[in-house]
Design a protein. Structure first.
Length: 450
């Protein structure tokens, strides 16, 4: 039988695009099916009235994003296209912001931790530094943190470490509940990405890399795939009611979507796919007629759950990169606290925007008066939750033989970041190549050297 397609990739997020790009580099014909009308997935940016709004991801780092930087170079982009943010991150405590979160000098300045908690931070950093080699970010399931959740791991330290550092970071950036998600991926990520001073963002919008990669590929937008099945030597996919065959399919979608599309994956894959639950996130982008900043002047202000019920973070997009707002204007993003997501999601977008902007007035005085428009981005599947239960079944998933239906996505890499997506795409491509190789049965790659 001659399949209709050589290789089909479902999803044009960074994982799907990385997989497609790598497979094309290896001489394959790749067709990318994307349900939305543009590439990028959770890294998409939209343009409205002169504002460039990052709907999901905000930044990457100069460190710990090896696969991403390789893609950046291959897409013909340079570090100039990914400028340094160069502004501090603060945490709110006791009615004011404290700058320097995520910087080594926080051990001295506290960055929102009381003096009694600073030795705890030093001990935590010394411990993670000493065990750096064992805290393998590609294999959080094997680290010395075992099955500890973020809250469990924090218990060995002064309570401030949880309340004013780990909880706000994991809630603002991953939408996590510190009592449910595993500590190992968080600690691995913090070690990998380095200080906030190393963080960068894409010029012209977070979708820059995705747009560049998609332009060089056969990407079909507005094409929602409804079903994918594995038939051993080929796969079938149903797109808008039409069934197509392909030599291989890469499912580059969040795990809960992959679970639905396959109608129950291969038994060897099912454990990790089903255990890979996701957390929702809710972001309101506020277009302002003037360039207001969060108090303290940093580009990001964490608002811990012990200090603020409704918000987890305030980001000044125009301070992150000046091109996000027209000259003389500003763009502020408000991230909702995970605890309030169900009720925010149940109401109207207008009501959610009204509540979050009212709460943000405390951190960005004058926000209400400067507001010209709000844009609500609700991500039901924003971030892999990476619970200890999911990590416990990951090793078996990585050992599975390569098949006609492969998976890619940040959840596969167990890294809640676009770097996880990029790495998983390269890994999925390597596994597809192993599956299609003439000498079948050779060991499937378990990680990529991208
Ligand atoms: C609010 C937020 C903030 C974040 N901040 C950061 C950050 O600062 N830095 C960072 O590195 N990461 C961040 N992330 C995470 C990062 O965005 C993701 O890890 C990464 O983009 C995931 O890429 P992916 O390709 O795995 O999945 P996705 O980007 O979700 O791509 C999946 C694609 O599949 C498509 N699709 C789904 N179902 C179908 C179907 N049935 N048929 C066809 N197409 C389909 C979707 O439309 C989507 O385009 C953030 C995420 C969110 C939500």
């Amino acid at each position: 039988m001659t399949p209709d397609l050589d290789i089909a990739v479902i999803g044009s997020g960074l994982a799907g695009l990385a997989a497609a790009h790598e497979l094309r580099r290896n001489g394959h014909e790749v067709c990318v099916f994307e349900a939305a009308d543009a590439p990028g997935g959770r890294m998409r940016s939209v343009r409205r009235d002169g504002y460039t709004i990052d709907t999901g991801a905000e930044q990457i780092s100069a460190q710990g994003y090896r696969a991403t930087w390789q893609l950046i170079r291959r897409a013909g982009l340079t570090p100039h296209d990914v400028p340094r943010i160069g502004r501090p991150m603060a945490v709110w405590r006791g009615g004011r912001p404290h700058n320097g979160v995520g910087e080594p000098r926080a051990v001295l300045t506290g960055a929102g931790l009381v003096p009694a908690a600073r030795p705890s931070l030093a001990r935590f950093l010394a411990w993670s530094g000493r065990r750096r080699a064992e805290i393998d970010h590609d294999h959080p399931e094997t680290t010395p943190l075992g099955s500890d959740t973020v809250a469990d791991a924090a218990r060995a330290y002064h309570p401030d470490l949880h309340d004013h550092l780990l909880q706000p970071l994991s809630s603002a950036f991953f939408g996590w509940d510190a009592g449910r998600s595993a500590a190992a991926p968080l600690v691995g990520l913090l070690l990998a990405v380095g200080p906030v001073s190393a963080w960068r963002t894409y010029r012209g919008g977070m979708d820059l890399l995705a747009t560049r990669l998609a332009a060089g590929l056969d990407t079909r937008y507005g094409r929602r795939v409804d079903e994918v099945t594995d038939h051993g030597d080929h796969a079938r996919l149903t797109v808008d009611g039409t069934t197509l065959t392909a030599r291989a399919v890469v499912l580059a979608v969040p795990a809960p979507v992959a679970l639905k599309l396959t109608g129950g994956p291969h038994p060897a894959d099912a454990g990790y796919v089903a255990a890979s639950t996701f957390r929702p996130m809710f972001k309101v982008s506020c277009a302002l007629d003037r360039p207001l900043a969060p108090r303290g002047g940093g580009y990001a202000l964490l608002t811990p759950a012990v200090e603020e019920p409704l918000l987890s973070c305030v980001i000044a997009d125009h301070l992150k990169c000046a091109d996000r707002a027209p000259a003389g204007a500003g763009l502020i993003s408000l991230l909702a606290s995970p605890r309030h997501l169900p009720e925010l999601a149940a109401g109207t977008e207008e009501e959610a925007a009204r509540r979050l902007t009212a709460a943000a007035e405390r951190y960005v005085p004058g926000l209400g008066a400067a507001l010209t428009a709000t844009h609500v981005h609700h991500w039901p599947e924003a971030m892999p939750e990476l619970t200890p239960r999911a990590l416990a079944v990951r090793a078996a998933f990585l050992r599975r033989p390569a098949r006609a239906v492969e998976y890619a996505g940040d959840w596969v890499a167990a890294r809640p970041s676009s770097e996880g997506a990029a790495r998983s795409g390269a890994l999925a491509a390597a596994r597809v190549l192993a599956h299609l190789a003439p000498h079948r049965g050779r060991t499937a790659p378990q990680e990529t050297a991208a």
